[in-house]
Design a protein around this ligand. Sequence first.
Ligand SMILES: [Zn+2]
Length: 167
Amino acid sequence: MSRHTKKHCAQIVLALDCHYMPMVEISRRKALKAMATGRAHALDLKTWSKLGLQDVASQPFHAVVFSKARAVAESKLGFGRGNASILRRDEHRCQYVGCMRRATTVDHVIPRCQGGPSTWANLVACCRECNARKGGRTPEQAGMQLRSAVRSQRALLLERFHVLAGV
Ligand SMILES: [Zn+2]
């Protein structure tokens, strides 16, 4: 991973609600935009003090508080949501070739820090070890290979259809 990507990776900001309840992870750019429009302020996690736009303009920050927001139900939090369905789809098997471990995490095939979306097609079941080894790299960059192409939602629907139809 290049230094640039690493720096970029670190600039994911945790969005908190008015009770400091984490809601979702957002990009630094989005966080700055929310601050500029007065919807949020950055939070210094060491001192719990409020930081203004000028305080964080040239330095990294990790949390931003949306003082008017209320976190949605826990089941809908930005992290964890949908992981169960990805794990179920991949039958809790780590999707990287040569690995026989049980998958307990979900990996972004194209990592978030390189612009990979949190979509069904970019997420695979992955064991903790492979996930840590891969880090913020693509499978190619990490020298790892996926067992098979990620099955799309439609492909799964078709599979189910075939099972139901007995073809
Ligand atoms: Zn694995």
